[in-house]
Ligand binder design. Structure first.
Ligand SMILES: Cc1ncc(COP(=O)(O)O)c(C=O)c1O
Length: 422
């Protein structure tokens, strides 16, 4: 019998003072934000924003970057830039964050889902062609958890059917696919800078493209449909539907400061994640995503998939996952079941709620007949039921020694499953 579980009154495996916040702020970060205070102009054609756009475009390996106030905004700009709009279908993986699908709805286009791969939980390119219809305009793969989707296969199918490809790179800052960074693997891409992301601005986003025309369209969407250019007088004329998706100097300065250590921070995440992956390999009821050698995973979070059946318990998988997650949380880990429902099962999509009154499915533009049958996505369903996601204890600047606290928490809980689910 091991030490009592923290959920049963025992000591925590991870003392609170071991855990480091994300992002871990340096003096240089603070100075960067203070520097932005001194400019006297805080958004719109300003030094930090302009510099961040140049630096991120260079980092990713594309011509253009537009900084935004969220990843969702950058994703919406991507959908609009490739010309997906009323009546068009955009193919999206069954398992992702809801913004991947709502960014499509935001431009009155229709999300169509393809299930994910059992090994990686990314869009399954082998199922893609079956989902293409005469209404399909674009494919929107997600680099889930910082692991690049199968872009060569996806791009080849897109080229064959004359479709645009949009990267949801919101979780994949710095991840590489066959030597190229995510964000440079398709026509347009979107990154998030929200509070959990590998590159963090509190909130914010980055739209990227190599294409001048796509950048022009995205620029209009970012600012009221106007054509607002660096260094030029504003004309105050709106040419297209536009929103207000600009960001601020403070966010840009903070992000630029972290960008200088992004590769170091990612290397730390990857090394620490490997320590945990190695330690969890011994448990038959734990499955980890399988990663291929031709790409890197920058581990936005650390996911693991549990199996009640493999552990010998006759109970619903989600209930087993939740009980284990709660016990791990009680041990002092920040761990959660991120995305408990696949996208086509969420009410806004499943019941075609959209904007209300059935729009955009029912507004007259859409000539297709998409249906959202949850059973059509068995792999996504299984991932949603069985995965739990570790949020802390492995990110920069946690050391390999500190990661052992997380490993001990897993070992403690996994060696007392009867006490967890009993
Ligand atoms: C895969 C994915 N897409 C889109 C988004 C939206 O990004 P944001 O929260 O910055 O709007 C997120 C954010 O969590 C995400 O994880």
């Amino acid at each position: 019998m091991g030490e009592a579980l923290a959920s049963n009154g025992g000591p925590k495996a991870v003392p609170a003072d071991i855990r480091r916040p994300w992002p871990c702020i340096t003096d240089a970060d603070k100075q960067a934000v203070m520097r932005a205070m001194d400019y006297g102009i805080y958004s719109d054609d300003t030094p930090e924003i302009n510099a961040l756009q140049e630096e991120w475009a260079a980092y990713v390996g594309v011509k253009h970057c537009l900084a935004t106030n969220s990843g969702t905004a950058a994703l919406h700009m991507s959908v609009a830039a490739v010309g997906a709009g009323p009546g068009d279908e955009v193919i999206v993986p069954s398992y992702s964050f809801i913004a991947t699908a709502t960014a499509v709805l935001h431009h009155n286009a229709i999300p169509v889902f393809v299930d994910v791969e059992p090994e990686t939980w990314n869009l399954d390119a082998t199922k893609l062609e079956a989902a293409i219809t005469p209404h399909t305009k674009a494919i929107l793969p997600v680099h889930l958890n910082g692991y690049p989707a199968d872009m060569d296969a996806i791009n080849a199918i897109a080229a064959k059917h004359d479709l645009a490809v949009i990267e949801d790179a919101c979780q994949s800052h710095g991840a590489e696919y066959r030597g190229r960074k995510t964000g440079s693997l398709a026509a347009v891409g979107a990154f998030s800078l929200n509070k959990y992301k590998n590159l963090c601005g509190g909130d914010g986003g980055l739209f990227v493209t190599d294409d001048d025309e796509l950048k022009e369209r995205a620029l209009m969407l970012r600012e009221f449909g106007e054509r607002v250019y660096q260094g030029e007088k504003r004309q105050y004329e709106s040419h297209a539907m536009g929103w207000m998706y600009r960001t601020t100097e403070f966010v840009a300065a903070f992000v630029r400061s972290q960008l200088q250590r992004l590769d170091e921070m990612n290397a730390c995440r990857m090394a620490n994640a490997q320590i945990i992956r190695d330690a969890l390999g011994q448990y038959e009821f734990v499955t980890l995503p399988q990663y291929r050698d031709d790409r890197t995973c920058v581990f936005w979070f650390f996911p693991l998939m549990l199996s009640a059946a493999a552990a010998g318990y006759d109970m619903p998988e989600a209930a087993f996952r939740d009980a284990v997650t709660d016990a791990l949380g009680a041990e002092g880990l920040n761990i959660c079941s991120w995305q408990r429902k696949i996208l086509p099962a969420q009410r806004i999509i499943h019941d075609k709620v959209g904007y209300g009154k059935g729009s955009p499915w029912s507004d007259g533009h859409y000539k297709g007949c998409v249906t959202y049958n949850v059973e059509d996505y068995p792999v996504g369903l299984s991932v949603a039921d069985r995965t739990t996601w570790l949020v802390d204890m492995y990110q920069w600047p946690h050391t390999a020694d500190e990661v052992q606290y997380a490993v001990r928490a897993f070992e403690k809980v996994f060696s007392q499953l009867d006490a967890v689910v009993g």
